[in-house]
Design a protein around this ligand. Structure first.
Ligand code: CTP
Ligand code: MG
Length: 254
């Protein structure tokens, strides 16, 4: 009996294909002088390669789109060629833009049609565990249009009136209840149509993709993040990232 003669069934949600867009086009000003942040190394391997491996480690992810520094696409392509990556994953490299938002949009523009779920993951979070990636994908497959991994805060947060001159004392306006606050990480996961619509319609400064989807009035949900998904932002974060890698090697018995 040929396949064509079987009665057609609705596709299970698990058949939805997932792509990851990795914005890696930032300069890394807060990290100090040097190569673009995503190309800086952790234990000798570029941060971007760690991030690509972290996303490609998920069996759900079949395509990774890397958004390279505007003039760095050829260099990023050769980096991907030079490092071992899973065979079952496809890779694309596109040049990025002036803002993170623009870089993500350029990554979305490069997505082939047959992907229904999109993860957006900062190259600056190179050590995100695969379990966190899988939890985000699962929540989108379960029907959430937008999913963010997040952690409770250790510090109390104050809302202030920002100082007119650097270093001036800043008046405190409010103290939000800490137990209700979450620090959000990536990968953030989306129904592709919803994320594309957000990038087409929302203007103005936003610091994450889920924030744009919130502005559309769509439901955004939080799943548990992980302390190893922290963002490498300042020089001390490089020390922490290398310490995490050293601990992993020890635990893996190398
Ligand atoms: N990013 C990007 N395109 C930009 C700016 C940022 O793709 N024009 C990416 C960065 O490469 C990073 C992620 O967005 O992976 C999160 O941004 P951030 O941590 O702020 O990185 P940078 O912008 O590079 O750092 P800084 O703000 O210190 O310059
Ligand atoms: Mg930045």
């Amino acid at each position: 009996m040929s396949d064509d003669s079987r009665p057609s069934r609705p596709e299970p949600r698990t058949a939805l294909r997932t792509a990851a867009v990795i914005p890696a086009a930032g300069r890394g000003v807060r990290l100090g002088p040097g190569a673009p942040k995503a190309l800086r190394t952790l234990n000798g391997t570029p941060m971007l390669i760690h991030a690509v491996r972290a996303l490609a480690a998920s069996r759900a992810v079949s395509l990774v789109v890397v958004v390279a520094p505007p003039d760095g696409a050829p260099e990023v392509k050769s980096l991907l060629d030079a490092h071992a990556l899973p065979d079952r994953t496809d890779f694309l490299v596109v040049p990025g833009g002036e803002s993170r938002q623009e870089s993500v949009r350029l990554g979305l523009d490069a997505l082939p049609p047959d992907y229904d779920i999109v993860l957006v993951h900062d190259a600056a979070r190179p050590l995100v565990p695969v379990d966190t990636v899988d939890a985000v994908v699962q929540a989108v497959r379960d029907g959430a249009p937008a999913v963010v991994p997040a952690l409770p805060l250790a510090d109390t947060v104050k809302e202030v009136e920002p100082a007119a001159a650097p270093g001036d004392p800043e008046p405190v306006l409010a103290t939000p209840e800490r137990a209700r606050l979450r620090a959000v990480q990536t990968p953030q996961g989306f129904d592709r149509t919803v994320l594309v619509r957000a990038h087409e319609t929302v203007t103005g400064a936003v610091t994450d993709d889920a924030g744009m989807v919130e502005q559309l009035g769509e439901r955004v949900v939080v799943v548990p993040g992980h302390e190893e998904a922290f963002k490498v932002t300042r020089p001390l974060d490089l020390v922490l990232a290398e310490a995490v890698l050293a601990r992993r090697r020890l635990n893996d018995g190398f």
